[in-house]
Design a protein around this ligand. Structure first.
Ligand code: PGA
Length: 268
C-alpha cells in the first residue's frame, strides 16, 4: 500500500477509535476467597475514581458474584461472569443461567475463553448459542477469539479467527456483533508472560474490524479488546494502538495496584 494511503488509513482509524470508550475487564478465573476478594474489591473501589472515562469490569467466579455486587454496586466498576449456560433453565446439573447472573446485577459475560474451549471441548456452535443468550438477556457478551502458537507459526491466525467469527455469523447473522465486545486472546499469550506485541495485536484487531464493521448495525463502534499477559508495563503501548479498545486482564487483575495501573493506561 502506498505510504500516503497507509497514513490516511491510520489517521482514519485513529479518528474512529476516538469515538469508542475503552474498557478494561478483570478476569479473576478460578481465584479468590471471601477474605482475599474483600481486600481486593475494597482496594479497587478506593483506587478507581467514581468519574473515569474507561469502563471497568470485574468478572468473578459464580459463588462470589453476590459479594462482588455488594462491594461494587456504588462504584464506577461493573461486574460480570466468566461463562454461562446455553439453556434458559432446567435439568442441567452444574450450570448457571443468564437470568441467575442478572439477579446478581451482572452486566457482562465472558464467552468462549480458550481455557474453557480447551478443557471442556466447547464448540464454536456452543459459543455462538451462549452469545445469543447473553444478548437476549440484555447483557454484554465478551467474546474471546484467538489462535494457538502452532496456528500463528503456520501463519494462519487470521484464517482461524475468521472461522471462529464465521460460525457465529452463519448461525445468527452479523448483526449479533452489535454491542458485542470481542476479545482477541492469542492462546500462546495467555498466562505466558509473552504478550502479543502492540503491532501483532493491532494487525489482528484491524483485520477483525475490517471484517465486521462494514455491517451497518455493527459499524465503527465495535469494541475489540486485547487479552494475554497484559500487565502494567505493556498496557499503555497496547492500548495506544488505534484498533485496541482496552484489555481483558487475567493475573494482573488479582493485584489492585497492577489493575489500577492498567486501567489508568486506558485513560488516553
Ligand atoms: P493473563 O490472562 O492476563 O493471565 O494472561 C488473560 C485471560 O486469559 O483472560
Amino acid at each position: 500500500m502506498p505510504i500516503l494511503s497507509q497514513q490516511s488509513k491510520i489517521q482514519q482509524t485513529n479518528e474512529e477509535s476516538v469515538m469508542r470508550r475503552k474498557i478494561v475487564v478483570g478476569n479473576w478465573k478460578m481465584n479468590g476467597s471471601l477474605a482475599s476478594n474483600e481486600a481486593l474489591l475494597k482496594a479497587l473501589v478506593e483506587k478507581i475514581p467514581q468519574k473515569i472515562s474507561t469502563d471497568i469490569v470485574i468478572c468473578a467466579p459464580y459463588p462470589y458474584l453476590f459479594q462482588t455486587q455488594s462491594y461494587l454496586k456504588n462504584s464506577s466498576i461493573r461486574w460480570g461472569a466468566q461463562n454461562v449456560a446455553k439453556f434458559e433453565s432446567g435439568a442441567f446439573t452444574g450450570e448457571v443461567s443468564v437470568s441467575m447472573l442478572k439477579e446478581f446485577g451482572a452486566s457482562y459475560v465472558i464467552i468462549g475463553h480458550s481455557e474453557r474451549s480447551t478443557a471442556y471441548c466447547e464448540s464454536d456452535e456452543n459459543i455462538a448459542t451462549k452469545l445469543m443468550m447473553v444478548k437476549q438477556a440484555d447483557m454484554t457478551p465478551i467474546l474471546c477469539v484467538g489462535e494457538s502458537l502452532i496456528e500463528r507459526e503456520a501463519g494462519i491466525m487470521e484464517k482461524v479467527v475468521s472461522k471462529q467469527l464465521d460460525t457465529i455469523v452463519e448461525m445468527y447473522g452479523e448483526d449479533i456483533f452489535d454491542e458485542t465486545i470481542i476479545a482477541y486472546e492469542p492462546v500462546w499469550a495467555i498466562g505466558s508472560d509473552m504478550a502479543a506485541s502492540p503491532e501483532q495485536a493491532q494487525t489482528m484487531h484491524q483485520f477483525i474490524r475490517e471484517k465486521l464493521s462494514p455491517n451497518a448495525k455493527v459499524g465503527k463502534s465495535l469494541k475489540i479488546i486485547y487479552g494475554g499477559s497484559v500487565n502494567p508495563q505493556n498496557a499503555l503501548q497496547l492500548f495506544s494502538m488505534p484498533d485496541v479498545d482496552g484489555g481483558l486482564v487475567g493475573r494482573a487483575s488479582l493485584n489492585a495496584s497492577d489493575f489500577q495501573s492498567i486501567c489508568h493506561s486506558a485513560e488516553i
